[in-house]
Write a protein that binds this ligand. Structure first.
Ligand code: GTP
Ligand code: SPV
Ligand code: MN
Length: 581
């Protein structure tokens, strides 16, 4: 990793931005208190109902700043080819010049916070440090929940001599002057003109994924947009899996699922809900750590029925952003399954008129992972958890079946790389449009994705006990637009089948796209699923896949000669199978 002189770098940031004062964060409770009190005083935060929600605070972000902005996100490398067609590109010098013009003097009259933070469990050989400077106290308190800030991070930096620097300035929070800049060659981040989520909490998408993926490629490990779970079987043995779903497509929900088969002894343990760093250990086993320490989860759709464990997690010490606020200062959002209350304020702060959504579709909660009642005892294990299956999933209202297994690692890479996904409110732009979102990493891969695919193939050669790779889709709909699969807690049934495959059960049949469960192989006990619905969920849609072929070919072609030959080989076999079908 690159080496910076911490004091010198902070000094340079201050010279550019001209803050009135600088505060070095130690991560203490006292410091947190002071930050919160200051923000309650100046209106940045509203204290929520402390009887029902102790330690909870409410924040409205600027209405122009409510989701990640992919069109303002750049990878700044010397060569355009190195960032690939999957990223916006700028020359590093040009990016810095643009950034400097906005940041210059922008912290005058404000305080600059220096946040040393650690991504990964304390003492883990796989953990990495970052330092974010920011003029946003809201970002600072969110970083304190999402990462391990202060002393442990400084110690890590002292020991290893390295950290990823991230300069964050709100400036005037104007989309015209908003830039999220990544410099993979310097392992450096600049984020400007935004205070929201993945744009501004630099440990998350900027470091753990974009810069992280570039470092991982260099060093031979993987930084992925994946949840991590432990699946406990009726004998009490826990098997770990990692799953990549695009933004707002079900990771948090799967990670905290209350199993519909709990009476049989099937149970889930949460290790992480958004990001996995995976390394190959001395025995050749792939092991995953959760680099984060909190959840920045989608609020809408979360309820005691869909995700009771999340509801439990966010009862205290949580920051709510852009949800609706009831008169008695409790949070509310669409899908919470309690009736909206009289005189409630919507996410913009107006009295809700019932016409538009009360909570922004990308409104979120920030909560400590340690508060999750089903957090795995292994979640901070320094060596990580051994991964026996990798799952790719996305929203597809048609074509893609509930679950399928790839034939082998390379086929699994192809399945993940060519995954289509309907867009969500987690990024600005149209919702529900199908695009290719390889490994759910399209917005997060910090270099040319052709090289990223090459890296996946390479990892497959190096991992001795290869995880099996699966594709799932909870979102297939009937002709009248209803979800065919109930999802949530019932997804355990799919995970159970996946584990049986890992353990070598012969419960599959072949199909042109991969192995699917044999009839009756899925445990549907106690769920009253009509036979026709099940058939529809697994129906092979020849026309749909033929159409997919064209999309996939077009997508793979955008990478030109850089695309590894293995990918085209996989494509040719897939094409032959579909055409023969
Ligand atoms: P990011 O934090 O943006 O990376 O998203 P995520 O992948 O963690 O998404 P999350 O679990 O928060 O899911 C977002 C939306 O998907 C919510 O509106 C959920 O209600 C919905 N959802 C999650 N799981 C299921 C499911 O099994 N079935 C259906 N129909 N909807 C689901
Ligand atoms: C995502 O969009 O995938 C998130 C939320 O997890 S954000 O932190 O805004 O990236
Ligand atoms: Mn995410």
């Amino acid at each position: 990793m690159a080496r910076y002189d911490l004091e010198q770098w902070v000094k340079e940031c201050a010279e550019l931005t001209q803050p009135d004062s600088i505060h070095w964060c130690d991560g203490s409770d006292e410091e947190y208190r002071t930050l919160i009190d200051g923000m309650v005083k100046d209106g940045t935060l509203i204290e929520m109902n402390q009887k029902t929600h102790p330690g909870c605070y409410y924040h409205r972000s600027n209405p122009n700043d409510v989701a990640r902005t992919e069109h303002l996100t750049f990878i700044c490398s010397q060569n355009k080819e190195d960032v690939g067609p999957n990223n916006n590109w700028m020359l590093p010098d040009e990016a810095k010049e643009k950034g400097r013009a906005i940041l210059k003097g922008s912290m005058r009259g404000r305080k600059m916070y220096v946040i040393p933070y650690l991504m990964g469990p304390i003492g883990s050989p796989y953990a990495r440090a970052g330092v974010q400077v920011t003029d946003s106290p809201y970002v600072t308190v969110n970083m304190r929940i999402m990462t391990r800030i202060g002393t442990p991070a400084l110690e890590h930096i002292r020991k290893t001599g390295s950290f990823v620097p991230g300069l964050h300035g709100l400036a005037d929070v104007n989309p015209e002057r908003r830039l999220i800049l990544h410099f993979p060659e310097e392992e450096l981040i600049w984020s400007i003109g935004t205070g929201y989520g993945g744009n501004a909490l630099l440990g998350k998408k900027c470091f753990a994924l974009r810069i992280g993926s570039a470092i991982a490629k260099k060093e031979g490990w993987m930084a992925e947009h994946m949840l991590i779970i432990g699946l406990e079987d009726p004998k009490g043995k826990v098997h770990y899996m990692a799953a990549a779903f695009p933004s707002a497509s079900g990771k948090t929900n799967l990670a905290m699922m209350v199993s519909s088969l709990k009476d049989q002894g099937w149970k889930i343990w949460t290790v992480g809900d958004d990001i996995a760093w995976m390394n190959i250990d001395k025995e050749g086993q792939l092991r995953a750590i959760n680099p984060e320490a909190g959840f920045f989860g989608v609020a809408p759709g979360t309820s005691v029925n869909t995700n009771p464990m999340a509801m439990e997690t966010i009862k205290r010490n949580t920051i709510y952003t852009n949800v609706a606020l009831t008169k008695d200062l409790q949070p509310w959002w669409e899908g919470i399954e309690t009736p909206p209350s009289e005189g409630m304020l919507d996410w913009r702060g107006n009295v809700w008129d019932g016409k538009e959504k009360a909570a922004h579709p990308n409104s979120r909660f920030t909560a400590p992972a340690s508060q999750c009642p089903m957090i795995s005892p292994e979640w901070e294990s320094p060596e990580g958890v051994p991964i026996s299956a990798i799952i790719f999933g996305s929203r597809r209202s048609s074509v893609v079946p509930l679950v399928m297994q790839s034939y082998d690692w390379d086929h699994g890479v192809f399945v993940g790389a060519t995954m289509g996904a309907e867009t969500t409110a987690a990024q600005t732009g149209a919702v529900g449009v199908v695009r290719r979102d390889p490994m759910a990493m399209l917005p997060f891969c910090g270099y040319n994705m052709a090289d990223y695919f090459g890296h996946w193939f390479e990892m497959g050669k190096r991992i001795k006990k290869k995880p099996l790779i699966f594709r799932v889709n909870w979102f297939r709909k009937s002709a009248d637009g209803k979800f065919l699969w109930p999802g949530y807690g019932d997804n355990i049934r799919v995970l159970k089948w996946i584990l049986e495959r890992v353990q070598g059960a012969e419960n599959v049949q072949d199909s042109p796209i991969g192995y699917i469960p044999k009839t009756d192989a899925l445990d549907l006990s106690g769920m009253n699923m009509p036979k026709e619905t099940l058939e529809e969920i697994f129906r092979y849609d020849k026309a749909g896949w033929e159409n997919g072929l064209k999309e996939i070919e077009k997508f793979l072609s955008t990478f030109g000669d850089r695309m590894p030959r293995e990918m085209w080989n996989q494509y040719e076999s897939f094409k032959a199978r579909v055409q023969k079908s």
